[in-house]
Design a protein around this ligand. Structure first.
Ligand SMILES: Nc1nc2c(c(=O)[nH]1)N[C@H]1C(S)=C(S)[C@@H](COP(=O)(O)O)O[C@H]1N2
Ligand SMILES: [Mo]
Length: 554
């Protein structure tokens, strides 16, 4: 019996890696687990020696421009993604070849153990590379690690299983051949088996890609069994919209998020604890010899006392928030205008940008033009009237309207004045350079427990939120059972920067129904309804839920 060689190993390694990619993709789309090829690529880009990667990207950009392949940023991103996927396939091919090479030299048939070892040798490093400071994770690190290693164990075992099948087994119809014809028979058997294997991996890969793409962004249709009896967003007389005429439908999320419930996303494993006794906010400029010249320095007391506090109700969202996800919150921010602060800093003539750095190693750059055009950009120190919680950026963080959180450093430790633009922490890792907030709308509740009668008609309240950054919301529409889009009522929001609560009271017919929502921003532009995942520019897509609506039992 002839053992399969390294070429066959390469083929098998490549084939088995395709469904692996599909499974990883489904894992990302459904549960937010890291998609190894992209994370791996980002890491290779960040840590590759010297200028290999920037040079590759430069070549890519000139190829795109020369061949007229479309917008450099989007096409470039696609090429990067293809590179990432190819990288993993190449790893699979090499792993398969090496594995077959090693197994050929074994005298005896091995059961599962070498396959598991293969899975660990390849899977553990790739898992680590996919999890270290790389993407804004949706799933927690431990669960992600278990998932990734598990998937790679199955991958390794599959390669091993194929090796054993090719080496030690043969379809029954060939076995009765004479020993001389055995080698020939084995060849035919292998060919047939490989064709089947190719077909099976193709089917699995396509099925995985399909399942992943339909569960993209809007997560398919969820079933809501919401419908609490009490409205949660009861009017607080102190809120600016206390007299709003539209009441939230029961089960709508609180209009104002409790500070301790505000979502948290950052690269810090534990939030940095900053001591106000030693903290200052220095504005510096590079001296040219590698050191910094201090332009101006503020203590927290000075920032609080010397600048008029600006209070704003603000909804902030994370670019990693899935449609109807939880990485979005609304609180009252207080801070000093960055314009006012800069008026006291003697900026160099050629200054164009500020590079903000944070205690956790995070950084972002903001253009002076943007700051000068918007008096609502603040360095914030209070949330709901109390100093920022440690986890949310104590003692100071920036707010820039209309951008996702990734553009807005917390725990600011230094502001460097520079004369050029620079990509920030997440931008360097492939996320959107501008990170403008995508308009989004969510159904929070179909209040099936709050059905009421008016005249001879029964109604069920439906409600939720819509948000489009500082652009505001001009219209929310819902569609029931794929029917016509009808306009919902809009509750007056807390401010022009917060989400808007909407409500629609439906004169229902009993039964199971599908509900969909979409919104228009303040410019009258409809939200993007095409489903897209969070990377690289924020999720888009229509939120849909279904609910069983029953008549009130009188
Ligand atoms: N220093 C620092 N600031 C940061 C980040 C970070 O990792 N480090 N993450 C950003 C991201 S991605 C988001 S979504 C917001 C989240 O702010 P929150 O945790 O207060 O909700 O902080 C932003 N500012
Ligand atoms: Mo974020």
């Amino acid at each position: 019996m002839k053992k399969p060689g390294i070429l066959l190993g390469a083929l098998v390694g490549g084939l088995i890696t395709l469904p692996l990619l599909a499974v990883l993709y489904v894992g990302q789309m459904i549960a937010g687990f890291p998609f190894v090829p992209f994370n791996l690529f980002n890491n290779v880009r960040d840590y590759a020696p010297g200028s290999t990667i920037p040079r590759t990207i430069q070549i890519m950009v000139s190829v795109i421009t020369t061949l007229n392949l479309g917008r450099v940023d989007t096409t470039g991103k696609l090429i990067e993604q293809i590179l990432g996927i190819s990288l993993v396939v190449v790893i699979g091919i090499i792993a398969g070849a090496v594995y077959f090479y090693i197994m050929r030299r074994q005298e005896h048939r091995q059961e599962w153990l070498p396959g598991v070892i293969l899975g660990l040798i390849v899977g553990v490093p790739l898992t680590v590379l996919s999890l270290v400071g790389n993407q804004i994770l949706n799933a927690d690190t431990t669960t992600s690690a278990v998932w990734l290693v598990g998937v790679f164990l199955i991958w390794g075992y599959s390669i091993h299983w194929v090796y054993n099948r090719l080496t030690y087994a043969m379809a029954e119809r060939y076995i009765k051949e004479t020993p001389e014809q055995h080698a020939e028979a084995q060849k035919i058997d292998r060919r047939q088996f490989l064709i089947k294997l190719g077909g099976a991996t193709a089917v699995l890969t396509v099925a995985g890609a399909w399942v992943g793409s339909i569960s993209r962004g809007d997560g398919g249709t969820q079933t809501v069994s919401l419908g609490n009896t009490q409205p949660e967003a009861t009017a607080d007389p102190n809120l600016p919209n206390a007299n709003a005429s539209v009441e939230p439908a029961p089960g709508t999320r609180p209009e104002l998020t409790a500070v301790e419930d505000h979502y948290r996303i950052d690269i810090a494993l534990t939030p940095p604890e900053i001591d106000l006794a030693t903290w200052t906010l220095p504005f510096v400029v590079a001296a040219g010899d590698g050191s910094n010249t201090l332009l101006k320095e503020f203590t927290m007391d000075e920032i609080r006392a010397n600048f008029t506090p600006i209070e704003q109700y603000i909804t902030q969202g994370c670019i990693s928030n899935n449609i109807a996800g939880t990485l979005i919150s609304t609180v009252r921010w207080t801070g000093a205008r960055l314009q006012d602060i800069l008026a006291e800093v003697d900026l160099p003539d050629d200054a164009t940008h500020l590079r903000i750095t944070s205690a956790d190693g995070f950084d972002e750059t903001v253009a002076l033009d943007l700051i000068n055009s918007d008096p609502t950009i603040v360095l914030a120190y209070d949330w709901d009237g109390a100093p920022l919680p440690t986890r949310n950026g104590f003692p100071i963080r920036i707010h820039i309207p209309d951008r996702y959180g990734m553009k807005q450093p917390k725990w600011i430790t230094q502001i460097e004045v520079i004369n050029h633009d620079e990509d920030g922490y997440w931008v360097r890792r492939g996320w959107d350079k501008d990170a403008f907030v995508m308009a989004t709308s969510v159904i929070d509740t179909v209040a099936t427990e709050n059905v009421y009668t008016e005249g001879d008609q029964q109604f069920v309240p439906i409600g939720g939120i819509a948000w489009a950054g500082a652009r505001g919301i001009s219209k929310v529409e819902i569609s029931i059972d794929n029917g016509e889009w009808v306009e919902a009522q809009l509750r007056e929001p807390l401010s022009d920067k917060t989400w808007v609560i909407w409500r629609y009271d439906w004169a229902f017919t009993e039964g199971m129904h599908q509900f969909a929502v979409h919104c228009y921003d303040g410019n009258g532009d409809m939200q993007v309804t095409q489903s897209a995942g969070t990377f690289p520019s924020g999720a888009t897509g229509t939120h849909r839920v279904q609910a069983q609506v029953e008549a009130e039992s009188a």
